[in-house]
Design a protein around this ligand. Structure first.
Ligand code: B4P
Length: 190
């Protein structure tokens, strides 16, 4: 069983590389962004709450997010074979909760793949996606807020996982194929 966290700023390629990882390693994919967007599309109460944070570039509160993740894990047997966590954790409190949840399942985070991308490239990618995605958060004002939130609340996780010796930096600039090659070489060493 392999539990992988894919970590990085908004637009760093987490979702993109997750798709390649699933194809190659058959892990169960949990994208918290996708889970929330699905609730928004269905117009549920949770979706309405999520939308009020996402459209402002803010994070969904930790307690709510942790409950959602626990529900996804509990309702998918296949998650026991290994998961790619895409977009979770995004705060230290979420990382601590993930450690606890996996420990209850006799598992742990095995590796954190940190996609490292320059800020200008992040903004360019998200603006480009915004032309077609219809996402309420892919506009310049919200992208800048998301980057601030990333620096203040999410980036400290790099230190957290470096101390646990789980963080592996991945050069996230370049072609999707080349970045995936770097990921494969890290996973093959595990
Ligand atoms: P996410 O859905 O996780 O959004 P994201 O950070 O933008 O990453 P995403 O995976 O979509 O994009 P990617 O980098 O692959 O979160 C959205 C919002 O949901 C958050 O802001 C927050 O409000 C909320 N949320 C989610 N999880 C939460 C949590 N745990 N706690 C609280 N709130 C939470 O790709 C971006 C673009 O770059 C794409 O268009 C892609 O095609 C392109 N791209 C990728 N790789 C490229 C490459 N190598 N070269 C050129 N372009 C590339």
């Amino acid at each position: 069983m392999l539990n992988v966290v894919i970590f990085g700023a908004p637009g760093s390629g987490k979702g993109t590389q997750s798709e390649r990882i699933i194809e190659e390693y058959g892990l169960f994919h949990i994208s918290t962004g996708d889970v929330l967007r699905e609730q928004i599309a269905r117009g549920t109460e949770l979706g309405k709450t999520a939308d009020s944070y996402i459209s402002k570039g803010q994070l969904i509160p930790d307690e709510l997010m942790v409950n959602i993740l626990a529900h996804v894990l509990d309702s998918h047997e296949e998650s026991k074979k290994g998961v790619i966590f895409d977009g979770f954790p995004r705060t230290i409190a979420q990382a601590e909760a993930l450690t606890r949840m996996l420990a209850e399942r006799n598992a742990q985070v095995d590796v954190v793949l940190g996609l490292e991308v320059e800020e200008k490239e992040l903004i360019d990618r998200l603006l480009k996606r915004g032309q077609v995605s219809g996402r309420s958060d892919d506009n310049l004002e919200t992208i800048q807020k998301r980057l601030d939130v990333y620096h203040n609340q999410t980036k400290p996780l790099k230190d957290f996982y470096q101390k646990e010796k789980k963080y592996r930096a991945i050069q996230g600039m370049g072609s999707v194929d080349d970045i995936f090659k770097s990921i494969k070489s890290v996973i093959s060493e595990l």
